[in-house]
Design a protein. Structure first.
Length: 645
């Protein structure tokens, strides 16, 4: 047995014995297909006939052969079906050559392949791909079973599969160590070893308290305070320098994100002395992965800070603007009332008086003109007041259309936003459309160290925003420009228009896909591994699906027209109604008799009962793939869950 124990001893024993079948399953699996009857009739001895039918049934149940092993109940069932005595079957008479010939006949009948060198090579390739992603050995083992079943290949014994999985895991580890050995020069090794050396206390050089550089880089602060963001940026710059030094080695390792995260997790959980006592290449491999992992995480954290702070600023602006609006309602009502009084005194009342004078037959034309002139002379002050109020309302309406009050609030909040976000925008390198207006604005911002010049790009702003950023003299107001720039950057990050090259959460979409060059070179291989060879031709697959859909529509319409479908009902006006079949309620008994008589149930009993039915405890796994200890008892996990609760 290989050194790596992927399954438990009990699981190995169960895997290498024939499946235990129920009576119904025996009827199904030991039923001889009609197409095999000529071959079965050619078998001369009772032992061969019984052995063939046993091998056939076990293969139908498990896609495996068991080297002349069988269960007594299955032997009795097959012998009785063949009207033979169980005593006529002697395993010694059913030799290896005969069993091998029967195996090939059964494989050929079901269209399966033997597990030969070609199949082994294909499984090795699949296993190596999963090992690169640091899948757990048992998960790889189970996935290999699915691959074999999908490719219609017989499943070998547990030893063979375990040997393949463990050897590929070791091979992947050796490949990584060889890459480190070949590419890590003495300067890089010295740089890595300095991480596990104690650093002096820069704030207090005389202090006796010293911490390892590695320890200082493990913790990532998610605080939104400017001082903490500044510290996070300092750690990011340190890791950026380290990452630039080892970038070529990371590329040569060709690790998946899961692989980087796995090796880095070891460094995060281990004490420094545990890392130091590893072999040189293995130690440096883990430290390089730690650098990459923390660099990615720090960039993600800084982007999270940018998004959170920006959203908090927008929420605060909306809240303040709403409060201002509610607070100003009384003053606005008074202004409207005063305006209405001015209109009444300066326009409505004089017009009514002029109307009465104009249509008064007792007055001469000269008298009418004189009285109207008096009205205009006396109402000059009221009309001027109306005009002033009208201009005031026009200005307010324009401010409301331009949302000027909102931008004033955003301007007031800009300094707080800049204190947290400005250095992040200046430091990080974003990926996106380099020809876009937003990219030009970001480049201008970084090139001028955050200063906004008259030549600052405005194309990323809406027309309303462009009006808001200029003061009365026509100069750009830097606070509002910067705030709007940060808001646009946050929106682009959320939409995926801006990405980060070294990141877990904000990578470009293409990073999640198979590289185009690899797809073009190995397209057929990828389709075969995904079991999609049957739809490799896009147009042919679409045509076939369209034909199936058309047939289904035709069949459904025929059922409706012939009134076979009981769920479609036509109304008198020609429309129709589709009714949903009623779901019959499931019978259930009251739980009162099941629950204990006492008035409470302990939390331990609740967890134990839920685990017995759902097996949620199986999800607790050791973070290490290899060399992990025996899993603690379930009660230990229950105690931890209760303690956290």
């Amino acid at each position: 047995m290989p050194r790596m124990q992927i399954l438990t001893p009990a699981e190995y024993a169960d895997f290498d014995i024939p499946p235990i079948l129920t009576d119904v399953e025996r009827e199904r699996y030991f039923d001889l297909p009609q197409s095999l009857e000529p071959i079965f009739a050619s078998l001369r001895t009772p032992a061969n006939r019984i052995g063939f039918l046993l091998a056939l049934g076990y293969f139908k149940a498990s896609k495996r052969f068991f080297e002349r092993r069988f269960h007594g109940d299955d032997l009795s069932f097959v012998a009785a079906r063949l009207q033979l005595s169980t005593g006529v079957f002697d395993p010694a008479l059913y030799d290896h050559a005969t069993a091998g010939r029967h195996r090939r006949l059964i494989l050929n009948h079901f269209g399966f392949r033997e597990f030969d060198e070609h199949a082994r090579h294909a499984i090795v390739r699949e296993t190596l791909s999963m090992a690169r992603s640091q899948m757990r050995p048992k998960a790889i083992f189970l996935q290999v079973l699915n691959v074999l079943a999908r490719s219609k290949t017989e499943i070998p014994n547990a030893y063979t599969l375990t040997d393949i999985v463990s050897s590929q895991i070791r091979a992947h580890k050796n490949t990584l160590a060889d890459a480190i050995h070949a590419r890590a020069n003495p300067a890089i090794r010295k740089l890595l070893d300095e991480l596990i050396e104690k650093a002096e206390n820069e704030e207090n050089p005389a202090s006796q308290i010293q911490r390892y550089k590695l320890t200082l880089l493990k913790k990532i602060s998610q605080s939104l305070r400017p001082s903490k963001i500044k510290e996070t940026l300092g750690d990011w710059r340190t890791l950026r320098t380290l990452h630039q030094e080892v970038a070529s080695i990371i590329a040569a390792l060709d690790l998946t994100r899961e692989g980087i995260r796995y090796h880095a997790t070891s460094v995060m959980k281990f004490q420094v002395f545990q890392i130091s006592r590893r072999t040189q290449d293995d130690r440096h491999l883990h430290l390089i992965c730690f650098i990459a992992h923390q660099f990615y995480r720090l960039q993600d954290t800084l982007i999270d800070v940018l998004l959170t702070v920006t959203q908090n600023t927008l929420n605060a602006c909306k809240r303040i603007r709403k409060d201002q609006h509610y607070a100003a309602r009384a003053a606005e009502a008074n202004e409207v009332e005063a305006f209405l009084d001015c209109v009444d005194q300066g326009a409505v009342s004089p017009l009514s008086a002029i109307e009465a004078i104009t249509f008064n037959p007792d007055l001469s034309d000269q008298e009418k003109v004189r009285q109207i002139q008096d009205i205009f002379s006396n109402g000059r002050s009221q009309r001027q007041a109306v005009q002033e109020q009208l201009e005031h309302f026009k200005a307010r309406t324009q401010r409301m259309e331009d949302d000027a009050d909102y931008y004033e609030v955003l301007t007031a909040r800009s300094r707080k936003l800049q204190n947290r976000v400005a250095e992040i925008v200046k430091s990080l390198t974003f990926q996106g459309d380099e020809t876009s207006d937003l990219a030009a604005a970001m480049e201008h911002y970084r090139a001028n160290s955050g200063r906004i010049t008259p030549a600052a790009p405005l194309g990323f702003l809406a027309a309303q925003e462009q009006r808001a950023i200029f003061d009365p003299s026509g100069a750009i107001r830097a606070p509002i420009y910067k705030a709007l720039l940060f808001v646009r950057i946050a929106e682009a990050l959320k939409a995926g228009a801006l990405n980060m090259e070294h990141s877990y959460k904000y990578r470009p979409l293409d990073d999640y896909l198979i590289p185009k060059s690899s797809w073009e070179a190995r397209r057929d291989d990828y389709l075969q591994r995904a079991n999609l060879s049957g739809v490799s031709g896009c147009q042919a697959a679409l045509d076939a699906l369209a034909e199936r859909l058309d047939r289904q529509y035709q069949e459904t319409n025929e059922h409706i027209l012939s009134e076979v479908n009981p769920h479609v009902h036509f109304r008198k006006n020609g429309s129709f109604h589709v009714s949903t079949p009623k779901v019959e309620p499931e019978g259930s008994e009251p739980l009162l008799g099941i629950l204990p008589k006492r008035r409470y149930i302990s939390l331990l009993e609740v967890l134990s009962t839920v685990n017995r039915f759902t097996h949620f405890g199986d999800s607790f796994e050791h973070w290490q793939i290899r060399y992990n200890r025996v899993k603690p008892a379930d009660r230990t996990f229950f105690a931890g869950i209760i303690g956290y609760g």
